[in-house]
Design a protein around this ligand. Structure first.
Ligand SMILES: O=P(O)(O)OC[C@H](O)CO
Length: 213
């Protein structure tokens, strides 16, 4: 990673990984600042979630509001980066990482409080960890940005988590389970898709380097 990020070649299609980078973009730009602010909101969210034993309705609403605010930055930073030409390699790596920190913290918090089964949390965190490791494994060949499926997965996770955070009582159970079920399926399916993308990118990169790793 260099001191500055870069925008993709004009020929690169949106949502596809690419090897080459060209025009320099300052790292300290509004899109990246928003991405980093998502990370700053994670401890604040956890403080609100665990306040007064973790099941106080008022604090659950506060935790939901902080989580929603952090999730909204995910929409805004991506849009700003695209519209203002602020896409950087740093942003492509940091954006999914910030999302994973937020969703990971929320899932573990909900499981610790006994509100969400651990198998859901473990499945999602295992996928996020594997995809992150894959991204770093192939980084010398290029960056794998978030795909449309990955963005949809993150949105489903955020809605499902919000439904668990909001004190809906037992009435909310069917809705919670439906959305969380869809989020788990999207998480696994997109994880497999990224695995294929990483292997393909590595193969192309190795061929370009004459067979070297
Ligand atoms: O599925 P990933 O790892 O590409 O993550 C997607 C991002 O969270 C979308 O902002």
């Amino acid at each position: 990673m260099t001191a500055e990020g870069a925008v993709p070649e004009p020929t690169a299609k949106a949502g596809e990984e690419h090897v080459n980078t060209t025009r320099a973009v300052p790292l300290l730009n509004i899109a990246n600042v928003l991405t980093m602010s998502r990370l700053v909101l994670v401890p604040l969210f956890l403080l609100a979630l665990f306040a007064v034993g973790g099941h106080d309705p008022v604090w659950r609403w506060v935790a939901t509001a902080v989580f929603a605010l952090a999730s909204i930055t995910d929409r805004i930073d991506g849009d700003l980066a695209r519209r203002r030409g602020l896409i950087t390699d740093f942003g492509k790596v940091a954006d999914p990482l910030a999302d994973k920190a937020l969703t990971g913290a929320a899932l573990v918090g909900l499981s610790v409080l006994g509100d969400l089964p651990w198998w859901v949390t473990s499945t999602i965190i295992a996928r996020e960890l594997i995809v992150t490791l894959l991204r770093f494994w192939v980084i010398r060949h290029g960056v794998i940005p978030a795909s449309r499926g990955g963005k949809l997965k993150t949105m489903l996770q955020a809605i499902a988590i919000a439904l668990y955070l909001i004190p809906l009582g037992e009435f909310g159970e069917p809705l919670r389970w439906t959305v969380m079920g869809a989020a788990v399926v999207a998480t696994v399916v997109t994880g497999l898709d990224y695995t294929v993308r990483a292997l393909r990118l590595r193969a192309v990169g190795r061929r370009a380097r004459g067979g070297r790793a």
